[in-house]
Write a protein of this length. Structure first.
Ligand code: C5P
Length: 220
């Protein structure tokens, strides 16, 4: 793998949704499929990196010599897996759709239905990306932002607040962008607030574009 742009680099990527247990058979989740994160991992492997891919529940699998896939379920497990590997990493991309809230209590037995309304008390999950930003040494740290309003301003705010080196903005206003689909339309913003907007592309093409942006900055 010598001579490739990511030869000798270690890369950590988060992907997919998280599932937050309510009881032994139920959870809170979201519609993320993990596709964008898996494509980023594949591309990094092809470009010569050694990759740790930490993924929440997904139907995807990956067979690549330089990718180690670690499957987790909850935000807490994803947090722990990421921090286990973080110190050693050169580039980290958080592409997972991590739950922001989880049930405060997990019932030990299946919750029975009864008459009337029912309430589930929620508490915040750890913000994995934020915690990585706060503990950053030399890693190049990239996050995703999925915004429906004031997209650029919100993405820039996130970039600063989470101490990121770059952020990938997914616009939900654009047809074909975001969750589930096979295409995406992104804007890349770096920490100097240099902004680059891309056309609607397939997720493998989007992964190439993102890596090109990162590679040009880690070798600069
Ligand atoms: O603040 P917001 O959730 O919009 O930020 C999105 C970014 O933060 C994504 O890169 C996502 O992977 C990451 N994130 C995380 N842990 C959370 C919530 C979001 O790593 N609990």
């Amino acid at each position: 793998a010598k001579g490739l742009p990511l030869s000798g680099k270690k890369v950590l990527i988060t992907a997919g949704p998280t599932h937050e247990a309510i009881d032994p058979v139920r959870f809170l989740g979201n519609r993320s499929t993990g596709t964008m994160g898996f494509e980023l991992a594949k591309k990094a492997g092809d470009l010569g990196a050694k990759v740790v891919l930490v993924s929440g529940p997904t139907h995807l699998s990956i067979d690549h010599n330089s990718i180690q896939l670690i499957r987790v379920t909850s935000a807490q497990e994803m947090y722990e897996a990421c921090h286990n590997y973080y110190a050693d990493m050169d580039v980290v991309i958080c592409a997972a759709a991590v739950a922001d809230y989880r049930p405060k209590y997990i019932a030990a037995e299946k919750v029975k239905k009864k008459e009337g309304e029912m309430f589930i008390e929620l508490e915040r999950t750890p913000d994995i990306l934020m915690s990585l930003g706060e503990n950053k040494k030399n890693q190049f740290l990239v996050g995703f932002a999925l915004e429906t309003q004031n997209e650029l301003e919100n993405a820039k705010g996130k970039l600063k607040r989470k101490h990121l080196d770059g952020i990938v903005l997914n616009s939900l206003k654009d047809n074909g962008a975001g969750f589930g689909g096979s295409t995406n339309k992104i804007t890349f913003i770096d920490k100097n607030l240099e902004i680059k907007t891309f056309d609607l592309k397939t997720k493998p093409e989007v992964a190439s574009d993102i890596w090109q942006e990162i590679i040009s900055r880690i070798h600069a």
